[in-house]
Design a protein around this ligand. Sequence first.
Ligand SMILES: [Zn+2]
Length: 287
Amino acid sequence: MLVSAKEMLDKAKAGHYAVGQFNINNLEWTKAVLKTAQELNSPVILGVSEGAGKYMCGFKTVADMVKAMIESLNITVPVALHLDHGTYDGAKACIEAGFSSIMFDGSHYSIDENIEKTRELVATSHAKGISIEAEVGSIGGEEDGVVGMGEVADPDECKMIADLGVDMLAAGIGNIHGKYPENWPGLRFDALDAIQQKTGAMPLVLHGGTGIPADMIKKAISLGVSKINVNTECQLSFAAATRKYIEEGKDLQGKGFDPRKLLAPGFDAICATIKEKMELFGSVDKA
Ligand SMILES: [Zn+2]
């Protein structure tokens, strides 16, 4: 069922595990996330960037597809449909389109402007029972053409944003979108610890979950991370499985060119990646 992310994340924070956010790109991706979550009896968050929303013909198409799929696949685990790194206008559009959760990424504004816009969107989203994520300190790497420098969030600014009543808070702690470089120094657990001490029960969000070693993920969860975003890793496993199918010449055998056959190995690969992450995050059987 489609729900806001608030309850599942409050439960995750209290239970010391994390709920995965898996970004979707099309019908196959959405089906893979929903079916795997149901199979593992895990809560789940579907992430949609503004670029992916545009690619899928707009936020309303996405929301209607997800709602219809939840119904036709008999998905009973809690599912949140969440805007990832939303702009102010994108967040408002998703509230209208039927999303159950939004992220407003005001990290590139001054802290005062971030606070002002986040405050307004908290009121608008909560009036409709929609959960909201805010961000302090930009995450490194590239997302939809925007390259962030990978700041470490200021714990006092995190508290100011948390006090606005957001449901989850993304704070930069040296994490990066996409693949991590060889010389990456790792997560700043000292900063995460300081942020958790200032923000208390607030579920914290770790962006850029692809390629962070399992022991760092577990330590981050122990320090208050309750939502972990995974995007690139599913793309990599989908691409590798599709490449293998083509390189083995399977599209040239029989009706191997049928898109339902051609996309099947990639679909299975996404399911396997999601399963691995849900087991690592501890969300299996937490629906
Ligand atoms: Zn992110």
